[in-house]
Design a protein. Structure first.
Length: 156
């Protein structure tokens, strides 16, 4: 298969999501070499999970399939440019490349506008709409110190 065929799979998942009334028009396919490792549509509505975007759902499936938390050597095809949450998950999963079809403007035009998140991240914490309050940092640092000195930790 080639890039266009993998992208058509992601687009097909987005169309299927709409046709079946499963939620947003989004689909994602993760590929390693020329093999599809995982594919998923957006599952926010049926799972009652706001983090179950197509990309995150596909990442979870791919990690389970490959038995690892690192998807190095894999690429993701997504029917729409990833939102900030999905982009973060893609970075954390260490995928090699993102291919997308629809862009942020296309998504915003149908009610999936993430611009406010990008704007919020640019603001100082005390000026954000969602209050962000640091609390009990000194106590919490104990776990960080234990991690730092642990000989059995797994780096990721």
């Amino acid at each position: 298969m080639n890039h266009e065929e993998f992208m058509r799979m992601a687009i097909g998942l987005s169309e299927q999501n709409v046709a079946l009334g499963l939620g947003g028009p989004f689909g994602a396919v993760i590929v390693k070499g020329d093999k599809v490792v995982a594919a998923s549509g957006n599952k926010v509505v049926p799972s009652n999970d706001p983090t179950a975007h197509a990309e995150v759902s596909a990442i979870r499936l791919a990690c389970q399939e490959l038995g690892t938390f690192s998807l190095e050597g894999c690429v993701i095809y997504t029917s729409c440019e990833p939102c900030p949450m999905c982009l973060g998950a893609i970075y954390w999963a260490r995928l090699d490349k993102i291919y997308y079809a629809n862009n942020k403007s296309d998504a915003a035009a149908i009610g999936f506008d993430d611009q406010f998140i990008y704007e919020e991240l640019e603001r100082p914490k005390d000026q954000r709409k969602l209050p962000v309050v640091e609390l009990l940092r000194d106590e919490a640092l104990g776990a960080f110190k234990a991690w730092e000195t642990s000989v059995s930790k797994t780096h990721y």
